[in-house]
Write a protein that binds this ligand. Structure first.
Ligand SMILES: Nc1nc2c(ncn2[C@@H]2O[C@H](COP(=O)(O)OP(=O)(O)OP(=O)(O)O)[C@@H](O)[C@H]2O)c(=O)[nH]1
Ligand SMILES: [Mg+2]
Length: 422
């Protein structure tokens, strides 16, 4: 079963304690204090991993804690920083602060990492407490506790195309025909109880298709399996309304099925209800379906709705449909704002969110920018404009901080800036 909502606690590592130590050297009988500072505690990050498609692994343990900073040492040596903890979550995971409800971040890019808890500061060593009155301080500061936060993680799968429809229409059959996914298929309603992903095609043309459990009239009031799985198609570029031409679920005709489906999707929300769609009229291999197709097609044409007749079972019409889907996806993906997938990120502006991108593209770009002294930022933003990478940045809220290796950038007003030195 797909786990798509979890609550977890995260905590940065404790800072290391400051050291109490005195210089010991030959011929220096009473050396001064030389206890160094404790290291900062590790931070906690969540990373978007394309290999994961569920939050199930996160249901246990409930507290994720980064490592402690090391204690300070003699000879004024600072302790080492605690190691960061990186937790992998599926692409499309949204991170909320469970107390305030604030959306902290939306992980849309493979490898994108967001910091969710700071490490505690290291304590000062006794060096810092020396004064003319107290040349041999026997005190040091303890490390601070790491920041603790309760997070709610919600997965909204990043799919390109979503299959929706009334029960028994052939959604799962179609998914299994065009991908390696093996959904349950059965000649009775509600055989699918959970959404299932499949990838279709290879390389540039590849897209992700999602099969969803059936919608029935009254789903918005909780009938059938309800519409709780529809949020997974909220970010799709395109929906396929699968209609059973042979024996419409409404018991009347395909038009009625289409009407019920359309209305339920609109009742769920306008994002899903108004998403571009194709009608996929299925089961054309059956004689009664073929009879219904002629009049249904005429109605679709009249209403200016694009419809495709197929048989998911025999494969008739399927490759033509796939070709059309690819054409639409090419268009949609080309639009800059689509990575945000029409979803506004509503957040109160609290502290800036820190992201890490393990991206060789960005690293290279920063190196190249160094060869343009005086106009590094100009160069950076100009190059960004030309690349597909900017789309990912557009999904971040303004004033976010982006860490690339040792460097920090600020994303503001749709531009990248080098963070001013403090
Ligand atoms: N003849 C024929 N039967 C089909 C076709 N597509 C699906 N079926 C049959 O219709 C029944 C339902 O198919 P599913 O793929 O499980 O339908 P679904 O829309 O996923 O159903 P739910 O998960 O219950 O919503 C199965 O018995 C399939 O074999 C088709 O193109 N032609
Ligand atoms: Mg199914």
């Amino acid at each position: 079963m797909l786990v798509d909502k979890v609550v977890v606690k995260v905590q940065g590592g404790r800072g290391g304690d400051g050291a109490i130590s005195f210089r010991r050297e030959k011929y220096v009988p009473r050396g001064g204090p030389d206890g160094g500072r404790g290291g900062e505690g590790g931070r906690v990050f969540l990373r978007a991993s394309p290999d994961k498609d569920t939050l199930r692994d996160l249901t246990f343990p409930l507290l994720y804690q980064a490592s402690r900073g090391e204690g300070g040492k003699g000879k004024k040596q600072g302790g080492k920083k605690g190691e960061d903890l990186v937790i992998e979550v599926p692409l499309g995971t949204q991170i909320f602060d469970n107390q305030t409800g604030e959306l902290i971040a939306d992980l849309l890019y493979p490898g994108m990492e967001v910091m969710v808890a700071r490490g505690g500061k290291g304590g000062k060593g006794n060096v810092s407490f020396a004064s003319p009155d107290n040349r041999t301080p026997r005190m040091a500061q303890q490390g601070e506790e790491g920041e603790e936060r309760e997070l709610r993680l919600e997965l909204k799968l990043l799919v390109d195309v979503g299959l929706v429809g009334l029960p028994n229409a052939g959604k799962s059959t179609l998914l299994s025909r065009v991908s390696k996914a093996r959904p349950p298929i059965a000649p009775y309603p509600f055989s699918s109880k959970a959404p299932l992903l499949g990838t279709v095609g290879e390389g540039e043309e590849k897209f992700v298709l999602l099969d969803t459990p059936a919608i029935v009239e009254g789903a918005s009031e909780g009938r059938g399996l309800g519409n709780k799985f529809l949020r997974h198609v909220e970010r799709a570029f395109l929906l396929l309304y699968v209609i059973d031409l042979s024996s419409p679920f409404s018991g009347t005709n395909p038009e009625e099925d289409l009407k019920i489906l359309g209305e339920e999707l609109k009742k769920y929300n306008s994002l899903v209800g108004n998403k571009p769609f194709l009608v996929v009229a299925n089961k054309l291999d059956l004689p009664e379906a073929r009879e219904n197709w002629d009049s249904f097609k005429t109605i679709l044409e009249r209403e200016k709705i694009e419809g495709w007749g197929i048989s998911a079972l025999s494969g008739e019409g399927v490759s033509e449909l796939l070709e059309r889907i690819r054409e639409i996806l090419k268009e949609e993906r080309g639009k800059e704002e689509t990575i945000v997938r029409q979803e506004e990120i509503r957040t109160k502006d609290l502290s800036p969110v820190i992201y890490r991108f393990s991206s060789t593209y960005l690293e290279k770009l920063l190196q190249e920018a160094d060869f343009h002294p005086g106009e590094e930022e100009e160069f950076l933003n100009r190059e960004l404009e030309k690349s597909g990478f900017k789309r990912y940045l557009l999904s971040l809220k303004s004033s976010s901080i982006i860490e690339v290796g040792e460097r920090r950038l600020v994303w503001k007003g749709k531009r990248l800036y080098f963070e001013a030195d403090e």
